[in-house]
Design a protein around this ligand. Sequence first.
Ligand SMILES: [Zn+2]
Length: 229
Amino acid sequence: MSDLTSDTVAPVAPAGNGISSSQGYLTVVVGPKNNHFTANKALIISRSTFFKTAASKRWTDGRPKHIILADDNPEQFRDYLQVLQDNALDPQQHWTFVQTGLIYILADKLGDLRTSNICVDFIIKDLEVDDAVPGDSFINFLYEHTIPGSKLRKLCIDYYIHEANIVGMDRELERLPARFWHDIVVESHELRKNHGLGYVDDIFRDRVVEQDDCTYHQHDETHPACEGV
Ligand SMILES: [Zn+2]
């Protein structure tokens, strides 16, 4: 990713501070150095429940207030805005699993499940098209930054159970978090319980990329299930 300045979000909206919502933009101040971003108001509040709520509350004394994300990383927020605008991760850019995971986590935190689902689909495509393997750095990252039940954790658990080729991965496997192995054992037990040993051949070839579209997505009232599922 390139170096970050507040002007790098120019494609999302004209640069500038304190733009009022009547002009159709929200100003968002991100991180310890107060990087300013401008975002398309209609777009961001239609997707993010956090921004929808924040935008409705910010006229406290009759003047538009900036929305502040003091604890977030400006670079990740810039990436989030770009995915929000494009409805996709830039295919010209190389995205590591961790970079994609950071956008996923930020989008999830902002209540923008559509963007987090875009990140999930990008990772699934990486597994399928580029034969990439989510290794120990990504899985350790996930277990540090997501909660039990995370769809992205589930995707990795399923991938390791059903299709990962772990030949030559001894060093990486040693570095995987204990909680991940725990989840693999629990999921394997569930599969055996639900399907019986006679079906081992079938159930252990249940590939991630062949699951229904919404298997690893999150949906709610604001973000209904994908069409055609
Ligand atoms: Zn879906």
